[in-house]
Design a protein around this ligand. Structure first.
Ligand code: DAH
Length: 360
């Protein structure tokens, strides 16, 4: 092995053995510094013959570059190690230990609305919304409530103070007593076919075990040229089976009266009461669940839709009532008492999915 190769091997070995930047710098000085080993070999070039000098000079330059490169590589490696070590040593945990805070829950009303939307969306319904403050026309007149008709009184309406600048029925705004008002807005503004559901808040001046002044309804409306009572029945039976998760749920339709539908019906679902517990499904009892019917021709006319060309059905149900039956919640008033213990018991986790079954 030539002197140069031996020197290279010796220096490279010490470079690789260096374990900190300081000793690497010393090695560099010893090799390439003014009095370093490579430098002193360079100094010997002067005493050589021109031939030898040329050859040796070239070899020493290559050596110098190779050593410098080795030192650079090692320096990078050592610097990285030192930084990582410092990061490790200087780490500060800035997090505070977590206080036990109350968890949030989805209110059963929100959950029930999601579940209802989920089922009707799969049948092709879209969700519509309407105002909670209404005029007499949308809440009553357009829905075929004759003036002075007792059904108007049955709604226990909250009226807003009359506007002195307006005349007649325009002067008195009210809080909508049902979500049927949105049927009117949608029919006034949409060319059929229409297939909507309207979940939303409604208001009536009433308060006891089964009534609160604010409650929720879900309205449904289908308008096209061919929908009939058979479609209405299939749609609502399918909804109830899925919503309550009972595939062989008994149902019955009883004749009823609503000014905005003709014929009108109320739908009951089968249930049983045993040991003070209500169970939905085949049994010896019936529970009313919703009102429905074929949209009255006058309502279509009031919205500018020709009843000789179009027809359809509508339905409306109380969301609290449906939630109480599905989730065995005994007292309506507790829904709105904002009691965290109640919500912890009856509420739902934020990522829980709508809880329906028996899609057909
Ligand atoms: N609006 C009715 C109520 O509040 C519920 C209802 C019944 C809505 C029959 C409908 C329907 O669309 O067809 O009592």
């Amino acid at each position: 092995m030539s002197n140069i190769d031996a020197l290279k091997q010796e220096i490279v070995e010490t470079v690789q053995a260096a374990n900190n930047i300081k000793s690497l710098e010393d090695i560099k000085t010893q090799a390439l510094g003014k009095k370093g080993k490579v430098t002193s070999m360079m100094k010997m070039l002067g005493s050589m013959s021109p031939e030898e000098r040329k050859e040796m000079g070239k070899a020493l330059n290559i050596l110098k570059n190779e050593i410098a490169k080795e030192i650079d590589i090692k320096a990078k490696e050592l610097k990285e190690k030192e930084i990582n070590k410092r990061l490790e040593e200087e780490k500060i945990d800035v997090t505070l230990s977590v206080r036990p805070e109350e968890k949030g829950y989805i209110h059963p009303i929100s959950q029930t609305i999601e579940e209802m939307i989920d089922i009707f969306a799969e049948m092709g319904f879209t969700v519509a919304e309407g105002p909670e403050i209404e005029d007499d026309f949308h809440n009553f007149t357009a829905l075929n409530f004759p003036p002075e008709h007792p059904a108007r009184q049955m709604h226990d309406t909250f009226y807003l103070p009359p506007d002195p600048n307006k005349q007649g029925s325009d002067a008195s705004l009210l809080l909508r007593t049902h979500t049927s008002t949105t049927q009117i807005h949608v029919m006034q503004n949409t060319k059929p076919p229409i297939r909507i559901i309207v979940p939303g808040r409604t208001f009536r001046s009433d308060y006891d075990m089964t009534h609160t002044p604010m409650f929720h309804q879900l309205e449904g409306l289908v308008i096209d040229k061919t929908s009939h009572m058979g479609h209405l029945k299939h749609c609502l039976i399918d909804f109830c089976k899925n919503f309550f998760g009972v595939e062989d749920l008994p149902v019955r339709f009883r004749p009823s009266y609503f000014p905005f539908t003709e014929p009108s019906a109320e739908m009951d679902i089968g249930c049983s009461h045993r040991d003070g517990k209500l169970t939905i499904g085949a049994g010896d009892g019936w529970m009313e669940i919703l009102g429905c019917g074929m949209v009255h021709p006058n309502v279509l006319k009031n919205c500018g839709i020709d009843p000789d060309e179009y027809q359809g059905f509508a339905f409306g149900m109380g969301i609290e009532r449906a939630a109480m039956l599905k989730y065995a919640i005994p007292d309506l008033r507790t829904f709105f008492e904002t009691d965290i213990r109640w919500l912890r018991h009856y509420g739902f986790g934020p990522v829980e999915q709508p809880n329906n079954a028996f899609r057909s």
